[in-house]
Design a protein around this ligand. Structure first.
Ligand SMILES: *Cc1c(COP(=O)(O)O)cnc(C)c1O
Length: 352
């Protein structure tokens, strides 16, 4: 056996089903941005849909179009748009669009698609990433309502994104969001009845711990990949299972030292031996082996081993191997980062 990545689709399904049950009766959007946090978008998206996610979120339009081309019919949401975003293709593929400004709204309306665009208007409630600020919000809503009357679009969502900095900050942002929804209602957006837009602002953190923030839809990302969004509990502590394993093999061994065939180019954090990084380990021959050096293509560990012996750098932890969250701690990083680093050059196997 040589170096490879294993994506545990059974764990994705378990995690999404667990999160969807936590969020219910709110619906679940499964965030598959950045190639499903590095795991591979299409197979991971399908696993999430099979487990109870009703929506998928992709960040950009091209990724949403790729899901449509793969035959996925579920509602899709894309919210970060560049200069060259093809809104017409998005609208005609029935991809819901997050819209943050009047300028963006005009570009969507100018796409002249064969269908009205499905638009989710975004208000900024303090994260300052995008979204209309409260002063610009009434103008954005009013122009959207004119475009609804003109048949160019439908307002299918009002939304925001929480900073997850603290429960207090999230509560203040939620209050700002409700105030913005009330402004939209006063301007003529129906807040009752079958045409009312979906309200959503929670991601993993608030979706798990802040029931009042779940509203109509929770957008789960990192927790579904088995990594906790909290400092005080890890993924398994939340009932989540690890979704990615990095396997390696011994290529050289002598005098209690073994060299493995993966390195920083494969996604092992190189800074693991810095001031914060003492203590990194892998599983080799059934026990933990201390990491001595991280090279570009190799990992040197302390162990009595023989060429060909199999090692696990990280995984769900069920065999005693370290987890993605352990590596995040050893490298003073976060789980999202460890997942996203996982190399595209390694062979991948999807376990069902
Ligand atoms: C990434 C993202 C999510 C998911 O966030 P997690 O913290 O990973 O659960 C939800 N909503 C938006 C807008 C995002 O960009």
């Amino acid at each position: 056996m040589t170096a490879r990545l294993t994506i545990h689709l059974d764990a994705i399904r378990h995690n999404v089903a667990t999160l969807a049950a936590i969020a219910a009766p709110s619906r679940t959007l499964f965030a598959v941005k950045a190639g499903a946090y590095g795991l591979g978008m299409v197979p991971v998206a399908r696993a999430g849909l099979a487990a109870g996610a009703e929506w998928l979120g992709t960040l950009e339009v091209p990724a949403a179009l790729e899901l449509r081309e793969a035959g996925i019919r579920a509602p899709l949401f894309a919210w970060l748009h560049g200069e060259h975003t093809d809104f017409r293709a998005a609208i005609e593929a029935e991809v819901d669009l997050g819209v943050s400004s009047q300028a963006e709204l005009r570009r969507v309306a100018a796409a002249r698609a064969a269908l009205p665009a499905r638009v989710h208007l975004k208000v900024d409630t303090g994260l300052h990433r995008n979204g209309a600020n409260p002063a610009d919000w009434p103008g954005l809503v009013a122009e959207a309502l004119e475009l609804v009357d003109a048949g160019a679009l439908r307002i299918v969502g009002l939304w925001s994104h929480l900073a997850d900095a603290s429960p207090e900050a999230d509560a203040a942002a939620l209050a700002e969001f409700h105030a913005a929804v009330a402004v939209a209602g006063a301007l003529g957006v129906p807040l009752e009845g079958p045409d009312r837009p979906l309200l959503h602002l929670a991601a993993s953190s608030a979706g798990i711990r802040e029931p009042e923030a779940r509203l109509d839809l929770v957008r789960f990302g990192i927790a579904a990949y088995g990594v906790s969004p909290f400092d005080d509990v890890d993924g398994p502590g939340l009932g989540m299972r690890g979704t990615l394993s990095l396997h390696a093999a011994v290529i050289e061994a002598r005098d209690g030292i073994a060299v493995l065939d993966v390195g920083s180019a494969d996604g092992v954090p190189p800074s693991v031996l810095g001031p914060s990084g003492l203590g990194a380990e892998v599983l080799l021959g059934g026990s933990r082996a201390r990491v001595l050096a991280v090279g570009i293509d190799t990992l040197t560990v302390e162990a009595d081993a023989a060429p060909g012996d199999a090692a696990i750098v990280y995984g769900p932890g069920e065999l005693g191997e370290p987890t993605v969250e352990d590596w995040a701690a050893w490298s003073a990083s976060i789980g999202d980062e460890i997942l996203a680093r996982a190399s595209t050059r390694l062979p991948r196997e999807y376990l069902d």
